[in-house]
Design a protein. Structure first.
Length: 186
């Protein structure tokens, strides 16, 4: 039996879900971003108990098929950007269609209707969030970050970064370093 979880994008959430399943003695096959795969079907009472326990941690089970599909789109994109270094061998629309078994036009329309932005804008926003994280870590050059996030050039990354944040990557780096120094001096 598969259950789906809303806004589950980090590994800490996976650990919290696993702990809850173990606490409730619900055997599971796997807990992945946005998804629980249980060994067997659970009763409506067990599902409600699980729902309530997860809510205590701010984690929400989903039942609506369209909401689940939107979350699967988000999870697939976040998995690609934040948890994988592999470059797609096909374009994103084909990848999403193949991975989720739906026509891309349907996915794109459903996503835009629900989220108020296009899948493309969601991807750009997630890539910029990842770029900000990598800039803060200060382990990679901007060229390496652009390559890691599959941008065609540093200029392309910089243009999208400025469009989303209002800052150039260099200015963002300077500001975050200044904040860090200021906190260390307190």
């Amino acid at each position: 039996m598969k259950l789906y979880i809303k806004d589950m994008f980090c590994h800490r959430c996976i650990m919290m879900v696993r702990n809850t399943l173990e606490k409730l003695k619900l055997p599971y096959i796997a807990v992945r971003l946005g998804e629980i795969e249980l060994v067997e079907t659970i009763s409506p009472e067990q599902k409600e108990l699980l729902r309530n326990e997860l809510l205590k941690s701010g984690i929400e089970l989903m039942d609506d098929k369209k909401v689940i599909l939107i979350e699967q789109i988000k999870t697939t994109i976040i998995q690609l950007i934040h948890h994988s270094d592999e470059q797609l061998k096909t374009n994103l629309s084909d990848y999403l269609s193949e991975k989720l078994n739906y026509n891309y036009s349907y996915l794109a329309n459903l996503f835009s209707e629900s989220e108020g932005i296009t899948i493309e804008h969601f991807v750009i926003a997630r890539k910029i969030e990842k770029a900000k994280e990598l800039i803060i870590y200060n382990e990679l050059s901007l060229t390496e970050i652009a390559y890691k996030l599959h941008y065609s050039s540093v200029a392309h990354l910089s243009n999208q970064f400025k469009k989303i944040t209002g800052l150039t990557p260099s200015r963002f780096k300077t500001l975050t370093q200044n904040r860090r120094r200021h906190r260390e001096n307190l």
